[in-house]
Design a protein. Structure first.
Lengths: 499, 104
């Protein structure tokens, strides 16, 4: 049952073969068993979760349901959920109990879904390994010595280890797709502006976007039906008609034009990862797709541009943490300035501080044109690369990450090496395009560990339904997405009716 | 662009983050690496290219000038930090937030 799709779970719930309380309890039991090792969840509140499950069962009894009614979903700890501790992975917010719900949380509540808990993440979503979390790193379920990727590392490990039916994540520079690749599941970053950022703790506002992390493209489509939609409380939320993201899942791929950017297969890509991606492309050819060679010449500039824009926006966004109204206040201080400086020095971790300093520097008087303005100009060049590319193809494919999961501690002292993890994902955030990562196979590392590899699919603006179709068709002829890690402990013995 | 530890301290002050001398030195090394990465931008000719701040060319929405929020002062003040300096009392009084005196 833990491997059942959201559609299957929904059908079982609505046919009353299981109750939401039973389903929720089985996930809570798995969490109890595995979370002490994996550390995917920061906050659990069994009473709150089960209250929601009971309410979902009442909705099912009355026939008032949606496809996700009664299904337990893990929420990245970046989303404010009323009455839940919402920390964003930071000491700064270690005791912050959100006084209101994020739009995404409201949407899941309205669908009758159950909030299973809040998942671990890099502090303020700044990281690619989940190692910057104040609440400790998260283990990759495929190899506990390795990182799950980041920043949505807790949600990633929870989906991969089947500690939830599905999870939410956010992606500013690759934080859904890179962990999806490293942990072997399906994750989608929608077009910027499709999912409301209201109540989602801000990192880099012109790039931040929430999306689903789940076991399949079909599951992601069902999640998108809940998450996407106009919200007037987010000034960048786009006013568009409500979409059914499952509508194109079953369309054949005959004649689909897949663009392969040469820059995504150049130096820096692990050779074994490259082979897996080539294998996936060969599978798409069998499905009737045509391959087009394309170029995204400014790909290499996406990292420098991102590390100007994202820290600049972060330094501004994170100025709200001053120890006055909420969050951490220093234990002792002399005057107001000292209170600010000590509260922020104590409350933020090293990576967050580095990015605030970089952001402050590039925005400081005399440097604005050389850094921020220049980065915004190159951002347009990067976006134009995609405009040109999409004249020749329907979707773009390549690796989601340059390597499989790396070992914990390996890149922690080298920020620049860590930043290069996002070389294939950042450009889509800068352009505002949708991107996803889909399990495409496994690669054996030098130590013999078998680790998942993700295929990235990039679509044109608002082409999520087509991308989900492209991924779903691949998942009909492959079973990479159905592989699960051996967690080294026997699975719980489930009661007969839950098997 | 080479930075010094003095620059780091100045930027840290602008950022309202306390750093001591040791931290400033360690931060300098890491920041210099990141700024080296950023410098790659300078090789690109961006003459005449309009800066891009948003992927969709949309204009700011306007709304009617009506009250949409209710007063949630109590809920918001319930999560105020502790006063500090030995006191675990919340840093609020009479609906206001308490900070060190700034006017003598």
């Amino acid at each position: 049952m833990i491997n059942s799709s959201l559609k299957q779970l929904g059908e079982m719930l609505q046919a009353k073969k299981i109750s939401s309380v039973e389903l929720t309890q089985s996930f809570l039991s798995r969490i109890q068993q595995y979370n002490p090792d994996i550390n995917a969840y920061i906050a659990l509140d069994e009473a709150k979760t089960l209250t929601q499950a009971k309410a979902a069962d009442a909705l099912i009894a009355s026939g008032d349901t949606t496809p996700l009614t009664g299904i337990p979903i893990a929420q990245k700890d970046i989303f404010c959920a009323k009455g839940w501790k919402t920390t964003c992975g930071s000491k700064m917010l270690a005791n912050f109990i959100a006084p209101y719900d994020a739009h995404v949380i409201t949407q899941f509540d309205a669908a009758g879904a159950v909030n299973l808990g809040k998942t671990n993440m890099d502090e303020f979503a700044m990281g690619s390994s989940n190692e910057t979390s104040y609440f400790g790193g998260v283990k990759n379920p495929w190899d506990f010595k390795r990182v799950p990727g980041g920043s949505s590392g807790g949600s990633a490990a929870a989906v991969a280890a089947r500690l939830c039916a599905a999870a939410t994540g956010t992606d500013t520079g690759g934080s859904i797709r890179q962990p999806a690749s490293l942990c072997g599941f399906t994750g989608l970053k929608p077009t910027y502006g499709v999912v409301s950022r209201y109540g989602m703790i801000a990192f880099a506002s012109s790039l931040d976007q929430a999306g689903p992390m789940a076991k399949s493209a079909e599951d992601c489509a069902l999640m998108m039906n809940v998450m996407a939609g106009f919200d007037e409380r987010d000034s960048t939320s786009l006013q568009r008609e409500k979409e059914d993201y499952t509508r194109d899942l079953h369309k054949p791929l005959q004649g689909l034009k897949i663009g392969l950017p040469k820059e995504f297969f150049a130096e820096g890509l692990d050779a074994n990862v490259g082979k897996v991606i080539e294998g996936a492309i060969a599978e798409y050819k069998k499905l009737g797709a045509e391959i087009v060679d394309i170029s995204l010449p400014n790909t290499g500039l996406s990292i420098p541009v991102y590390y100007v824009l994202a820290p600049a926006e972060a330094s501004s966004n994170l100025s709200r943490y001053d120890g006055v109204r909420y969050g951490h206040r220093a234990e002792s201080y002399t005057d107001l300035m000292d209170m600010y400086c000590k509260s922020r020095a104590e409350g933020f971790g090293a990576e967050v501080k580095r990015r605030i300093l970089i952001g402050t520097y590039v925005l400081s008087a005399g440097y604005y044109d050389a850094y921020y303005l220049k980065a915004q100009q190159i951002r347009r060049l990067i976006a134009q690369d995609f405009v040109e590319a999409f004249k020749q193809c329907d979707v773009i494919m390549g690796p989601a990450a340059p390597s499989t999961a790396f070992k914990a501690g390996e890149k922690v002292d080298d920020p620049v090496a860590m930043y290069l993890q996002d070389i294939y994902t950042i450009s889509t955030n800068l352009a505002g395009l949708p991107g996803m990562s889909v399990p495409a196979g496994f690669s054996t590392g030098s130590d013999g560990k078998v680790l998942p590899v993700g295929l990235q699919i990039i679509g044109n603006y608002f082409d999520e339904a087509r991308m989900l179709n492209v991924a779903h068709q691949y998942q009909q002829v492959t079973d990479w997405h159905a592989q699960i890690p051996n967690l080294g402990k026997p699975n719980l013995v489930l009661p007969e009716e839950l098997k | 662009m080479a930075l010094s530890t003095e620059d780091i301290k100045k930027i840290a002050h602008l950022s309202r983050i306390e750093v001591d001398d040791n931290e400033a030195a360690a931060t300098l090394t890491k920041l210099s690496g990141i700024l080296g990465l950023i410098e790659q931008m300078q090789a690109v000719d961006t003459t005449g290219i309009a800066p891009m701040s948003h992927s969709q060319d949309i204009s700011q929405r306007l709304r009617n000038d009506v009250v949409t929020k209710t007063n949630e002062r109590e809920a918001f003040q319930a999560i105020a930090p502790h006063l500090g300096n030995g006191s675990t009392e919340p840093a609020v009084a009479n609906g206001l937030y308490l900070v060190p005196k700034v006017i003598e």
